[in-house]
Design a protein around this ligand. Sequence first.
Ligand SMILES: *[C@@H]1O[C@H](CO)[C@@H](O)[C@H](O)[C@H]1NC(C)=O
Ligand SMILES: *[C@@H]1O[C@H](CO)[C@@H](O)[C@H](O)[C@H]1NC(C)=O
Ligand SMILES: *[C@@H]1O[C@H](CO)[C@@H](O)[C@H](O)[C@H]1NC(C)=O
Length: 502
Amino acid sequence: MGGRSRQPKVLAFRCYAASHRSLTMVVWCLAALVMVVNFHLLLVHKEDEDTRVHEIHRSIVGELEKVEEEKFRVSPPRSRRNPRAVRRKGEQKPPSVVDEFLDESSSVHAMFFPERKMAIDPKNDGNDSVYFYYPGRVWLDTAGNPIQAHGGGVIYDEKSETYFWYGENKDGKTYKAHSKGADRCVQGALMRAYNFPAVLDSVYEAQLPGDMLQVCSVRKVDIVGVSCYSSKDLWTWRNEGVVLRGEEKNATHDLHKSNVLERPKVIYNDRTGKYVMWMHIDDTNYTKASVGVAISNSPTGPFSYLYSKRPHDCESRDMTIFKDDNGKAYLIYSSEDNSELHIGQLTDDYLDVTNNMRRFLIAQHREAPALFKYDGTYYMITSGCTGWAPNTALAHAATSVMGPWETLGNPCVGGNDIFRSTTFFSQSTFVLPIPGLSGSFIFMADRWNPSELRDSRYLWLPLTVGGLPDEAADYSFMFPLWSRVSIYWHRRWRLPEGWRES
Ligand SMILES: *[C@@H]1O[C@H](CO)[C@@H](O)[C@H](O)[C@H]1NC(C)=O
Ligand SMILES: *[C@@H]1O[C@H](CO)[C@@H](O)[C@H](O)[C@H]1NC(C)=O
Ligand SMILES: *[C@@H]1O[C@H](CO)[C@@H](O)[C@H](O)[C@H]1NC(C)=O
């Protein structure tokens, strides 16, 4: 009994212990189960969430990537006014419709420069039109005046959580800088690079020995300065005024109104807390070929002009600056009579270039560079060199910002062949990432109106990176090395709702 009685005790004890233990185990098991279930639910939820986000992303991008065709044709092409110019036009030159487009008296011109009453107007637009971009229409600011920010770029300012759009204020009279003898003429290789005849009306040529060209007229506007506009939604823009002014009196100053100020771009220096502006500075006949630098404590200026120079002792005309994720910044400029591009790293304060410079796209004659980065790869859009006349854009890519750069091809999708061969009748100036929509960007371009430069229009279009290229430039083990860069034509489009949160 004793034994028995002990046994049950032990048993009881064991049992108790066991039941205690199993209870603990059950509790643990339950806890674990709850955790597993929770974790599973979490996973499922996460998966759902991922799928949802992915689906939203797909549908949003699908919207941006819708291919819109255009029926527009010009027939028959009018006889051109400059036979020599026509003879010089090779096969890659823009089609004659470009001449129509540039001729202010033609109906084609009127079509691509719709009247002011069609303007994008943040004040008067009905709700149906709110946030829609209409590429090529007059774009009014919140005060009801056409936005003057040509050849521009946009930055997002973290401090004020505001976008700032900087560009050339061309709100002055367009005139032909020419005809007083040869002093306003541009000569030689530069003109060949520019392939000027596209601006037939404004160009008077003389054949010089050795196939040199002399062009004695360039349409221009006196320097007004650099304008700044602010926005929270990338659609409603408030005029913050001219943040860097042209110089009225001092004729030896870089910014004297008779000179040239083009393609201003601003970046913020995290170390110095300064907003730094770089721009193309030139004289009337484009022989100075320099970059200028200005600085400000505030995104809305005023900017103090510091100096101009030829970077790396090289000519610099069309240019842009690019700030990488790691805070390093770069100057990219057309050089050697616009025949090639150079990229050079800026100093830490962004006020000068370092000696670190590489040449690329040599003998390709590209200008209007616009750089952006996606998924560790650097991309660039450039245009050809045809003065104010539109031409075919090219996309380029590189795994290191300093190169080597590879050419991917024409990024333009939609419209028709004429649209695609003329970058939708515009020229690249900037590529802005759409926040929260990775791989999607806004392609910013200028539709120049050489007969009335202040009435040049803006084209903002969606640009996406991804998918297989049409004609891959490079292959690695049969796979194209680069993603496709595509700019989609739209008559009207807008950023997806809630793009800031998505
Ligand atoms: C647009 O919608 C808002 C709010 O939904 C409304 O207050 C406003 O009057 C509308 N404006 C127009 C022009 O329809
Ligand atoms: C360019 O313009 C400047 C000033 O207007 C003039 O001194 C110079 O001779 C011109 N250069 C050429 C090559 O025409
Ligand atoms: C005119 O500009 C030059 C170059 O920036 C400068 O050196 C000079 O002091 C200025 N002259 C006057 C009167 O402001």
